[in-house]
Design a protein around this ligand. Structure first.
Ligand code: FAD
Length: 353
């Protein structure tokens, strides 16, 4: 694609809301050809698939939590929450207003995390200490996060009693039964006790004892809730985009990832209503395609757009690249644990070079 590097006065204003996988990649890709503002609730980008490894090995967090200003050298980074969007401006919780020519919403899933990198690293250290000092650990939720956390703990701390409780009939329910089977076999081989078809009433927790829906009492020194997170879109309900959300709170987008009915507003990542797995490597695709489309728009090519097509198979090939439990999926058999974690992290850093 032709270069669209422009002089400061010619540059269009692009506001990106959300500094996760999608927003950070996009801002990075357009920072030289637009006047970019990134609004994020926190001052850093974090590789999400390093999260759970960082809980058992905090040294991992030091490399996977990166301040935005360290790689977004040309971007104005605003550490605040976006609270409103009008036809041409974004308003933040700290009272600032940012005009835009183009807007990209990338607020993914809602999660309350510390604002500064320093606080985030201390959080990982304290989670690590919580796990290392416990004899027994309860994990609630048998989706990718719960399964991965259980496997990280079982791998690094083979002597701890780990229980994983899941309300459904099988782990990793939204992928193949074969993957569920492999996951349960791997976890059981590492002495993780997997309890299916039961839920947990967290309010019943007393002195480390907790009740399952079947009335069983589980004793655990610490517990982790790994159930689904809501969309990061509740704040959009009082903005101009309020009528462009589906029943699940996702933004409805067209084939160019523009919010339906809005020519200058794009949405990328987990917040979109595209029917696909909500995974980082697809989000990166959204970001790269939207960066190309924005560059074309900024060159004045109004109607020539790259269309988003997802031909990926619904597998977890990339999910849990960092997990030591890689062997539970045949897709993962090529990886040796420590090396693959390092390679995956390096791969992500290379994306920002
Ligand atoms: C533990 C875990 C492991 C994962 N493992 C993998 C994996 O191995 N492979 C894979 O491909 N995918 C994986 N995923 C999924 C992948 O991380 C997500 O699909 C991806 O992060 C979504 O990117 P996003 O940019 O849409 O949203 P997010 O990465 O969730 O980023 C959203 C950003 O928006 C910010 N934000 C939210 N609301 C506001 C607001 N009002 N104002 C300003 N900022 C706001 C948040 O602070 C955050 O920075 C994993 C996810 C998790 C949680």
């Amino acid at each position: 694609m032709a270069s669209v590097e422009r002089s400061e006065e010619q540059k269009k204003k692009v506001v990106v809301i959300g500094g996760g996988v999608g927003g950070s990649f996009l801002a990075y890709n357009i920072q030289h050809c637009a006047d970019v503002v990134l609004i994020d609730q926190k001052e850093y980008f974090e590789v999400p698939w390093a999260n759970l490894r960082s809980m058992v090995d905090p040294s991992f967090a030091a490399r996977s939590v990166i301040n935005h200003i360290d790689y977004l050298t040309k971007v104005k980074v605003i550490v605040s929450s976006a609270v409103n969007i009008t036809e041409n401006e974004v308003l933040t919780a700290d009272g600032q207003t940012f005009a835009y020519d183009y807007l990209v919403v990338a607020t993914g899933h809602e999660e309350s995390v510390p604002k500064t990198r320093k606080e985030r690293l201390s959080w990982y250290q304290s989670e690590f200490e919580k796990i290392s000092s416990a004899n027994s650990v309860l994990i609630v939720g048998g989706g990718p996060t719960g399964v991965e956390l259980a496997s990280e703990i079982a791998y690094d701390f083979p002597n701890k009693k780990v229980k994983l409780v899941h309300r459904g009939p099988r782990l990793l329910e939204y992928i193949s039964t074969r993957a569920s089977q492999k996951a349960i076999e791997w976890l059981t081989s590492k002495k993780v006790e997997v309890i299916l078809d039961q839920s947990i009433n967290l309010k019943s927790m007393q002195d480390g004892a907790i009740q399952t829906s079947d009335g069983e009492t589980i004793h655990a020194d610490c517990h982790f809730i790994c159930t689904g997170k809501p969309m990061g879109s509740s704040w959009l309900r009082s903005t101009v985009l309020k009528d462009r959300m589906d029943i699940c709170g996702r933004l409805m987008v067209d084939e160019n990832l523009r919010v339906r009915g809005f020519k200058k507003v794009f949405a990328i990542g987990d917040i979109t209503d595209i029917n696909e797995l909500k995974v980082g490597y697809l989000v990166q695709k959204h970001a790269i395609m939207t960066a190309k489309n924005l560059k074309m728009l900024m060159m004045g090519r109004n109607e020539i757009f790259i269309i988003f097509r997802n031909n990926e198979k619904r597998t977890l090939t990339i999910l849990h690249l960092l997990s030591p439990s890689l062997s539970f999926s045949s897709s993962f058999s090529a990886y040796s644990s420590e090396k693959s974690k390092e390679d995956s992290l390096k791969g992500f850093h290379n994306g920002f070079k």
